[in-house]
Design a binder for this molecule. Structure first.
Ligand code: ATP
Ligand code: MG
Ligand code: FE
Length: 339
């Protein structure tokens, strides 16, 4: 069956079309340019942008796949978590399409979709696998017996998300928002061992993360340098900060694999686009005998294909479709894969 997925949890209006795990279209309209000057996503601006982008982005996806509306067999939509107003636009659009086309509707969890999307590139997920989800709003380690039905949380950040730390440190360094890609780029010219920044909760026996101490340490370091009139070498600070983040992430992910005796690790979410995280994860997985799966960068950040991918799994699993009454739930827990 052909599944059309709709993603509007943050600033990207993403539409994806899949048949099984075959990606047929993936179109995106982003309102990031409108938010950049505020240094963060402005919810009302994002909602209005989704409203304006919805129809053209859906039409572009159908054109990309060479399909018509009447070919679509099911609609999947991000029902949460995310920005309430932004989610509402996607959920309302999905209900209208489902009703108008007379096809089933599947409300899905955005975080589970970040995990499911990898199947479009690397085929069915091993059951179980460990998934590390690192994005702008979340940093979690998950045990995934079956992404369509059962996701178990093993640990998560106790303060900032990994992507949030990237964005805040970028601001301290005078880099544009969102900062992750800029830090990634700057770090290539610097040394990850130039400055010893703290690694939060590294060997505390939990699978939780903490990044706010690191963020503060970077800010203090930069302030002290500037106060004493010394120059700040941005590439070294970026590389050393990035190294601290990816060191903790990869160690904890492999601790989770060991603890649950699972030999397949998936890394997803916007921060999984980070080149150093991808390289270090590969190195450490190879050493530990763990198979690593990371979707290509364009499928790591928010998109519609991930929603379609999870929707397709729900159809295949014979899950009962959502009703037309489902709400958008801004704080939908990761353990609720579909609503
Ligand atoms: P969530 O999925 O938690 O709702 P989100 O929707 O904000 O988060 P994603 O697209 O999943 O968004 O992730 C965006 C985050 O990923 C931002 O914080 C951004 O800085 C970060 N990011 C993107 N590319 C990179 C990169 N190359 N290196 C590090 N961080 C990156
Ligand atoms: Mg985004
Ligand atoms: Fe996301």
């Amino acid at each position: 069956p052909l599944v059309l997925g709709i993603e509007t949890s943050c600033d990207e209006t993403g539409i994806g079309i899949v048949r099984g795990h075959t990606l047929l279209a993936n179109t995106i309209a982003s309102s990031m340019d409108e938010h950049a000057r505020f240094g963060g996503v402005v919810p009302e601006v994002a909602s209005r942008a989704h409203l304006e982008a919805m129809t053209p982005t859906v039409e572009a996806a159908l054109a990309q796949a060479g399909l018509k509306f009447s070919d679509i067999d099911a609609i999947a939509v991000t029902a949460g978590p995310g920005l309430a107003g932004a989610l509402l636009v996607g959920v309302a659009a999905a209900k209208s399409y489902a009703l108008g086309l007379g096809v089933p509707l599947y409300g899905v969890n955005h975080l589970a979709a970040h995990v499911a999307v990898d199947q479009l590139e690397h085929g069915p997920l091993p059951k179980p696998c460990i998934a590390m989800l690192v994005s702008g709003g979340h940093s979690s380690l998950l045990l995934v017996p079956d992404v369509a039905e059962d996701v178990i949380s093993l640990g998560s950040t106790v303060d900032d998300a990994a992507g949030e730390a990237f964005d805040k440190v970028a601001r301290v360094l005078g880099l544009p928002f969102p900062g992750g890609p800029h830090i990634d780029r700057a770090a290539r010219e610097g040394s990850g061992t130039a400055i010893a920044f703290p690694r939060g909760k590294l060997d505390d026996g939990t699978l939780d993360f903490s990044f706010s101490g690191l963020k503060t340490a970077v800010a203090r370091w930069v302030e002290a340098r500037e106060a004493s009139g010394e120059s700040v070498h941005v590439p070294d600070v970026a590389a050393s900060f990035q190294e601290a983040v990816v060191d903790v992430l990869t160690r904890k992910a492999l601790q989770a694999c060991r603890k649950y005796d699972v030999h397949d690790l998936l890394v997803g979410g916007g921060v999984a686009a980070n080149s150093r995280l991808r390289a270090l994860a590969q190195e450490r997985c190879d050493a530990a005998g763990v198979r690593l799966r990371v979707p290509r960068p364009g499928l790591c950040t928010d998109n519609g294909a991930m929603v379609a991918a999870l929707g397709s799994d729900l159809v295949a699993a014979g899950v009962t479709p959502s009703t037309l009454e489902i709400p958008a739930d801004s704080s939908l827990p990761i353990t609720t894969v579909h609503v």
